[in-house]
Design a protein around this ligand. Structure first.
Ligand code: BG6
Ligand code: MG
Length: 217
């Protein structure tokens, strides 16, 4: 029986990918190479330092660790400028109704995100109070597709993985959820999230009960 839901943040609750893109692109501009929205797809669900490695691979550049840390810090400052201007209007369609539906049914709610900025984003969106538990990039040592972030979420909710549904938009996140023994709903397209138990575009017009029916049939 499902007793808890664990949500990824970026791409599930809010579209922060566009801000990550703008901040990374500004860094690429400084370093003198082009970084496209298509390249940015590769960064979804990926940790900050791994994202930087992918960006530098695109630009065919190599730097020592100290310079890379400075670049990542610099990117994060730019990213923060964007997210500190975010408002609750940016919560993706249907998410608030879905969270309210979960609450009315006493389903526990956790966040399972790779981002070290997750608390800042939840604050901006005024969503903090919905979450019984927040596991973010400051609390995990292994990146998705390792299931650590979701296992810690389930443990903090005092639930077993098989009692939780994970919502994920990134391939690595779906893999992490399945590896951890969770049911997984992919948010996006079945082309890349095919391993999830069910894939949907977003949370509009779907209730918790309908979702349970879909993953069981
Ligand atoms: C994930 C995003 O949620 O968080 C990635 O999908 C991002 O694109 C990662 O790189 C780390 O985020 P942050 O906010 O700690 O730089
Ligand atoms: Mg995501």
């Amino acid at each position: 029986m499902i007793k808890g839901c664990i949500f990824d943040l970026d791409g599930v609750i809010v579209d922060t990918a566009k801000y990550h893109y703008l901040a990374w692109k500004e860094l690429a501009d400084d370093l003198g190479f082009e970084f496209t929205e298509k390249d940015n797809e590769r960064l979804k669900g990926v940790s900050r330092m791994r994202s930087l490695d992918i960006l530098l691979e695109v630009g065919n550049k190599t730097f020592d660790e100290a310079s890379k840390l400075k670049f990542a810090e610099n990117k994060n400052k730019r990213y923060l400028d964007y997210i500190l201007n975010m408002t609750p209007d940016e919560i993706l369609p249907g998410v608030l109704d879905f969270l309210d539906d979960l609450r009315s049914k006493n389903i526990k709610i956790a966040l399972g995100s790779a981002s070290k900025n997750a608390m800042t984003i939840l604050n901006q969106l005024k969503l903090k109070n919905y979450f019984d538990v927040v596991i973010d990039g400051t609390k995990v040592s292994k990146a998705k597709p390792d299931p650590e972030v979701f296992l810690k979420g389930a443990e903090a909710l005092h639930l077993k993985p098989e009692e939780c549904i994970v919502f994920e938009d990134a391939e690595a996140g779906v893999e992490a959820a399945i590896k951890g023994g969770f049911k997984c709903i992919g948010i996006g397209s079945p082309e890349n999230l095919g391993n999830a138990n069910y894939v949907m575009k977003g949370f509009e017009n779907i209730s918790f009960d309908e979702l349970i029916y879909k993953i069981e049939h």
